[in-house]
Write a protein that binds this ligand. Structure first.
Ligand SMILES: NC(=O)c1ccc[n+]([C@@H]2O[C@H](COP(=O)([O-])OP(=O)(O)OC[C@H]3O[C@@H](n4cnc5c(N)ncnc54)[C@H](OP(=O)(O)O)[C@@H]3O)[C@@H](O)[C@H]2O)c1
Length: 328
């Protein structure tokens, strides 16, 4: 069986979640890690039992040891290294947020088209069967007409040196975790919002440590999202319709946790717990890439949807700065 040889572009913290997915996937093989320092690549490779190491990102891109790279760099480096990787003939799975400007999203998309490389945003929860099941439930009509999507992703960022607090690295709670409820709303509504309104509280480093957004969709449907770096971990999502509502306790990152529940509250009837599908959270994004590379399959998460994620975040930030509604 042909396997995709994966390389990790950095020794980021998040890699520890993606590595088991590559290892678990029958058509994936983790062959290399690149770091800005060879020592750190070597130490990382020893721990995770990765055969090849590179002391710079470009060296890994220049080698023919890997077919695809997973980009887990700070947000401001996503576009630059995705483009360099594709130009070096590597397929790219790039962490969220994909890029910090629409011009960068468009450049990345153009390079993917020019080089024929597969390029995808690593939004793992979008690929998970739990999210797909919720989408099907909404489409089934059991909620009636959807009127409102709500979602939150809060946690605590304690260390001042965390990349999430660096204004020049694309830090901020909306870029980091607000993108989860924002993209969830886009998925359920099937489109980007028509206009948005955002409000934020900035922290000492100049990035939003709390963000609240209101998004307006066609037909008067709405979404309300929030994200924070200054409260304990809390995630939720809710889809409210004319016939009932659906509540998710772990919509984004906690699908394997004991407290994960999806409950349907039909109007005037007892609540119903949905059966949760089991799959490792990060497996879907890896297998989707492999199917696109090896079988020519169409990727599940389209670059047009990714572009709308970035577009909506930019509009929300613009609204918060100008204290105005922003039309997309
Ligand atoms: N999908 C998810 O579940 C999820 C979860 C967490 C984070 N993420 C995303 O993954 C990305 C990485 O997040 P993380 O928390 O894992 O980051 P992190 O632990 O801080 O790692 C970032 C890595 O980038 C490399 N790097 C290159 N230039 C750097 C610079 N100037 N400053 C700091 N690091 C630099 C470093 O690797 P070397 O030293 O090896 O070069 C570093 O280990 C972000 O885009 C984030 O949004 C996604």
């Amino acid at each position: 069986m042909k396997k995709i040889r994966w390389g990790l572009l950095s020794t980021a913290n998040i890699n520890r979640r993606v590595i088991p997915a590559i290892q678990e996937s029958p058509r994936g093989q983790l062959v290399a890690v690149a770091s800005r320092s060879l020592d750190s690549a070597q130490e990382y490779a020893d721990y995770w039992e990765i055969p090849k190491t590179f002391g710079s990102y470009q060296e890994m891109l220049n080698s023919d040891a890997v077919d695809a790279v997973y980009i887990s760099l700070p947000n401001h480096l996503h576009a630059e290294w995705s483009i360099k990787a594709m130009q070096a003939g590597k397929h790219v799975l790039c962490e969220k947020p994909f890029a910090l400007t629409l011009a960068d999203v468009d450049r990345m998309t153009a390079v993917a088209a020019e080089t024929g490389m597969v390029l995808s945003e690593a939004f793992m929860y979008r690929h998970h069967p739990q999210t797909k099941m919720v989408g099907e439930f909404v489409k089934s009509g059991r909620l009636g007409d959807v009127t409102l999507v709500r979602g939150a992703f809060n946690f605590t960022v304690a260390k001042p040196e965390n990349i999430r607090l660096a204004a020049d690295m694309g830090g901020g709670s909306l870029w980091d975790v607000g993108v989860y409820p924002m993209s969830f709303a886009q998925y359920i509504m099937g489109e980007r919002p028509e206009w948005v309104m955002g409000d934020q509280k900035l922290g000492a480093s100049g990035v939003d440590i709390f963000f609240s957004g209101q998004m307006h969709y066609s037909g008067g449907r709405m979404a309300q999202i929030s994200s924070a770096f200054n409260t304990p971990l809390y995630t939720m999502a809710e889809v409210i319709g004319t016939k009932g509502r659906l509540r998710l306790t772990r919509p984004f990152t906690g699908v394997h946790e004991d407290g994960n529940r999806i409950t349907f509250y039909p109007n005037d009837l007892p609540p119903e717990e949905l059966t949760l599908p089991e799959e490792y959270l990060y497996l879907g994004e890896v297998e989707d890439m492999q199917a696109a590379i090896l079988d020519g399959a169409e990727g599940y998460l389209k670059l047009s949807e990714t572009r709308d994620h970035v577009r909506t975040v930019l509009a929300l930030y613009e609204s918060a700065q100008k204290k105005q509604f922003i039309t997309l």
